[in-house]
Design a protein around this ligand. Sequence first.
Ligand SMILES: Cc1ncc(COP(=O)(O)O)c(C=O)c1O
Length: 396
Amino acid sequence: MDVLKLFQQYVIPNYGRYPIALTHGEGSYVWDAEGNRYLDLFPGWGCGLLGHCPGPVVEAVREQLGRLIHVPNSWYTEVQGQWAKALSERSFGGQAFFCNSGTEANEAAIKLVRLHSTPKHRYKIITFEGSFHGRTLGSLTATAQPKYHEGLGPLMAGFVYAPFGDLDAVARLIDDETAAIMIEPIQGEGGVRIPPDGFLAGLRKLADERDLLLVFDEVQTGFGRTGYWFGYQAAGVTPDIMTLSKALCGGIAGAAMLTTPQIALSLRPGMHAATFGGNPIAARAGIAAIEMIEKQNLLAAALRLGEIFQQRLSELQQQCDLIREIRIRGAMIGMELAIDGTSTVKACLERKLLINCTHGTVIRLLPAMTLTEEQAHQGCDILAEVLKAQATGSSR
Ligand SMILES: Cc1ncc(COP(=O)(O)O)c(C=O)c1O
């Protein structure tokens, strides 16, 4: 295929890609260059929470493209201010710093922690085994998974890793130089791992008692994914700093770090910046995404999808001994298998269903909130067919 040849010659092969070139998408479907249609239960690695090419976002971006594409942050734009207001009003009433990707938002959070804590002679950040915070060197060091660190040392100083879910271990790791605790409210790439009840509240308590900042990486859990605007709201625990990206702009690149006005004072002019951060296109897309979620009542839709998948996958678990555990919060779905899930992904792809496998054995679905109930059932039917065939050994 010509597209593959272009990639072989001109694109650095640092990704494992399926040998398929996608051409267009609509809602929960994408099409390839040969005209095949796929049901996408993992649109855009979590960025497609509103589905492919969501109408209101497309319209808003089209309009904005003809008006103003980009001006740097040396100027004010109303659209960036309105976007920050909309996010603040739906979260903990804070202020926003805008950037372009999840890892960048986490870099901003790490720098803010340092700037805020240096006067107290503190710099260490506790993060969690199995976490994923991004690929730039600060976020990568925060990511407590040795496989991502290989060949890249020396990494950034000042990160301490705790076992996920072990409050006593976290308490033991805190010392006079500890500045913050940073965590995903639900580990995404780490296998849709939901912390034990009370764990996040326990971290909040520890942070308050020891005067630490609590940072939630909501790049994957945020913006409606769990059926709440932000994962912290589902857990009933408010962080001091929160990072967002992926679905934030309805599929357009964009990211934000939010914090309280008081902590924000530590990010003084000139201390941090992003040339494209909060640009008018991302801002318009971000506002349109919020409006779409509210007008179409999509937070409730995400919760409903969670219920459907819970019911269907639990039924499947009764019939298929390959399924060890099902972990679901709204439209964030993980299914732990007793086998390597790579073959499951491949078999689904052959049946025109797109899913993901993370951590070897966890099937991860991050469907659009706009996925219809019928599409959810179609996806579950295909998954059931594939897993039952794998269980009987006919396609392992
Ligand atoms: C929780 C979390 N944080 C950060 C990132 C990094 O985001 P990006 O790839 O946009 O840099 C990801 C990406 O998967 C993520 O899931």
